[in-house]
Design a protein around this ligand. Sequence first.
Ligand code: IMP
Length: 178
Amino acid sequence: MNEIQLHDKHFEVFIPSTDILEKVAALAASIEKDYQGKNILFLSILNGAFMFSSDLMKAMRSNVEISFIKVSSYHGTNTSGRVDELIGLNSPIKGRDIIILEDIVDTGITIDKVMTLLKSSQPNSIAVCSLLYKPSAFKGKQKPNYVGFEIPDDFVVGYGLDYDQLGRNLSSIYQLKK
Ligand code: IMP
């Protein structure tokens, strides 16, 4: 499937699934090298990171833990602005070595929110591993420590990423047809 249609838009292959899996294996190897003897707790950010997280877990040889989280933002009762909270975090964080798993770091806003919320629980360390990173769109504080592919600031879908909820199931990554 070199070309696909999702809703009204046409996409073409940008990163084939074989290249993705090769990169995921390389990311797993470099994490294992850096975290020898440590008990990593991966926190995978839903929905987009589910496929990346699954393949990365299969490529890890050491004993690791994973939990799936979501960032939600609501109107607090005592404040005028919005309040962020992490949903799904049921493992104790204090003293743990955390690696956040993201499908893509774009502006970096999501990662900054997650980092702020996690730091209050006093982990031993926090790192970010993102399959994709758009350096030219990034305005955040925390650059990802592990990156699969640096890509231009163009919209992509597939391998967990969606266009209006479609395309998450695709095993390659696609970009808008030029
Ligand atoms: P950020 O907070 O701007 O870094 O973006 C985080 C979220 O925006 C990602 O986890 C994705 O869900 C979504 N996103 C950003 N860029 C793209 C894209 O090119 N395609 C699909 N989703 C994207």
